[in-house]
Design a protein around this ligand. Structure first.
Ligand code: C2E
Ligand code: CA
Ligand code: CA
Ligand code: CA
Length: 279
């Protein structure tokens, strides 16, 4: 009895009550956040490695809440996934991202791709394909300018539906990329069977590419493999000029990271692109 008492006490430590309280607090705020217009997209340039010119941009979500401050996605996306709120939030992201990209096209005359992150729960929602097609129709954005980023982990939960949805999106002309490539401990065979266009090499490989010969060998091998399969490669998390020299010499197609630009609010992004577009 004594033992039991002790363990049931351990289930209700003040710390745990605090954690679940914070969770509930965040959840109740999150339920109203769309209505209250608290979400914001910021945009990080993706540039051609050889020239440094803008090719596309990744839309990244921010949540500005008066009582929580600016909440970063790593803090709220998991909760949004658990509660299912990621479905309406994700729909908002896709709608806004397509509208923004169409607006830049009209403003500059250049085709600027937009990459959008898709989380597993969102991808498995039966309405997902329709949500994407509707966002394209509403915004009049060319489908080939929209790229959906899907993590390796999602692809590994290999189901018939995953393959079907990817094929439908591919058939609609939308581009598909594998995000965080190299972190999924995967068999690579899915690259052959699924219609991906792009591999994004995870930041963890790029970080030490100059000092760790294993990482440089892996990055080189990933680029060569991707090219032999007809895939485009993006290096993520490029922070230093020396890394860009390595990536250039290895013919990595595109790069993204703080060295080029942090994720920017839309107006600042428009300034950035006016100075860095492809012409
Ligand atoms: P991710 O898709 O891998 O996005 C790249 C993350 O790396 C971003 O963090 C970006 O700000 C950061 N980053 C970019 N360049 C550098 C660099 O040079 N150095 C370092 N240290 N970091 C860099 P962020 O914006 O905090 O997003 C974190 C993750 O949250 C994203 O990782 C993505 O998985 C998720 N996420 C963001 N927006 C959305 C969204 O709209 N929907 C979903 N489902 N997930 C999202
Ligand atoms: Ca991403
Ligand atoms: Ca494709
Ligand atoms: Ca990534």
């Amino acid at each position: 009895a004594k033992h039991q008492g002790k363990s049931s006490y351990a289930l209700f430590t003040p710390e745990m009550t605090e954690v679940s309280h914070e969770r509930l607090h965040m959840e109740s705020h999150m339920r109203k956040a769309l209505e209250l217009n608290e979400f914001q997209l910021v945009f990080q340039p993706i540039v051609e490695t050889s020239s440094g010119k803008l090719m596309a941009t990744e839309a990244l979500l921010r949540w500005n809440n008066p009582s929580l401050g600016t909440v970063m996605p790593d803090r709220f996306i998991p909760l949004a996934e658990e509660t299912g709120l990621i479905i309406p939030i994700g729909e908002w992201v896709i709608q806004e991202a397509c509208k923004a990209a169409q607006c830049w096209q009209a403003l500059t005359g250049y085709d600027i791709g937009i990459a959008v992150n898709v989380s597993p729960r969102q991808f498995r929602d039966p309405g997902f394909t329709d949500i994407v097609l509707k966002a394209l129709a509403d915004s009049h954005l060319k489908p080939e300018l929209l790229e959906l980023e899907i993590t390796e982990r999602l692809i590994l939960d290999n189901t018939i539906e995953t393959a079907d949805i990817l094929r439908q999106l591919d058939a609609a002309g939308i581009r598909l990329s594998v995000d965080d490539f190299g972190t999924g401990y995967s068999a690579l065979s899915y690259l052959k069977t699924y219609p991906f266009d792009t591999l994004k090499i995870d930041r963890s490989f790029i970080q030490d590419v100059l000092t760790d010969t294993d990482d440089s060998a892996l990055v080189r091998a990933i680029i060569n493999m991707a090219h032999s399969l007809g895939l485009t490669v993006i290096a993520e998390g490029v922070e230093e000029e020396a890394q860009t020299h390595f990536l250039k010499s290895e013919h990595c197609d595109y790069s993204q990271g703080y060295f080029y630009s942090r994720p920017l609010p839309e107006q600042e992004f428009i300034h950035w692109l006016e100075n860095n577009h492809r012409a």
